[in-house]
Design a binder for this molecule. Structure first.
Ligand SMILES: CC(C)(COP(=O)(O)OP(=O)(O)OC[C@H]1O[C@@H](n2cnc3c(N)ncnc32)[C@H](O)[C@@H]1OP(=O)(O)O)[C@@H](O)C(=O)NCCC(=O)NCCS
Length: 177
């Protein structure tokens, strides 16, 4: 079993294809091209075993505004473990490596959790954001009520965020959070 941390630019096309296949399988065909785009352009964690790619996650840079500051945020995307090796700690190993990147390179960590993911993240110390969630759309700031409750933060240099304060995500095509 090997664990590799690499930027998107360092991955071979065949490695990226294996990541996409893992994600398509893990999300039961519910992983869109936009979801794929969201996980590119930052650092990837890849775990390989004898059968091939066993686990993946990536962290990309976004800006989140809180109390008037646009925080440089490591946003975790595309976390998945191959079905036959789930519940063996691989999700935790991927997250530990991503959290190290977040802590060393960003002011804040953030992610939007699936139901499966939420338990893993909470157990590791990610904190559910209890406040409202907004995004800076091309037409101005909009509230994203459907994202509220699913957003988790990893406070680093920015210190704890105030749930009564604003949380505004930068914009992107596809799912904004
Ligand atoms: C969410 C996901 C990544 C978790 O991966 P995983 O490798 O199973 O994660 P871990 O093994 O580190 O931890 C998961 C659980 O297994 C338990 N576990 C860890 N090692 C274990 C072991 N050796 N034996 C038994 N259980 C173990 C953990 O305590 C945890 O338990 P909990 O869910 O009751 O809290 C995986 O289920 C997945 O790919 N799901 C589909 C895609 C998805 O939803 N991704 C998240 C998007 S936000």
């Amino acid at each position: 079993m090997t664990l590799r941390v690499a930027h998107t630019a360092e991955l071979e096309p065949s490695e990226l294809s294996a990541v996409r296949a893992l994600l398509d399988a893990a999300f039961d065909g519910d992983f869109s091209d936009e979801d794929w785009q969201h996980g590119l352009g930052g650092m990837h964690v890849l775990v390989q075993d004898d059968a091939g790619l066993a686990a993946h996650g990536s962290v990309v840079m976004r800006r989140l505004r809180h109390r008037g500051r646009w925080l440089r945020t490591g946003y975790v995307e595309a976390v998945a473990v191959r079905a036959d090796v789930r519940r063996t700690g691989l999700g935790g190993r991927v997250m530990a490596a991503l959290e190290r990147v977040v802590e060393r390179a960003y002011d804040l960590g953030a992610l939007s959790a699936s139901e499966d993911g939420a338990r893993l993240y909470t157990a590791r110390g990610w904190q559910r954001w209890p406040g409202q969630v907004h995004a800076l759309s091309p037409d101005g700031i909009v509230r994203l009520p459907e994202e509220e409750g699913d957003l988790y933060l990893w406070p680093t240099l920015a210190g704890p965020l105030d749930p009564a304060g604003e949380l505004v995500l930068d914009w992107r095509d596809g799912d904004v959070a």
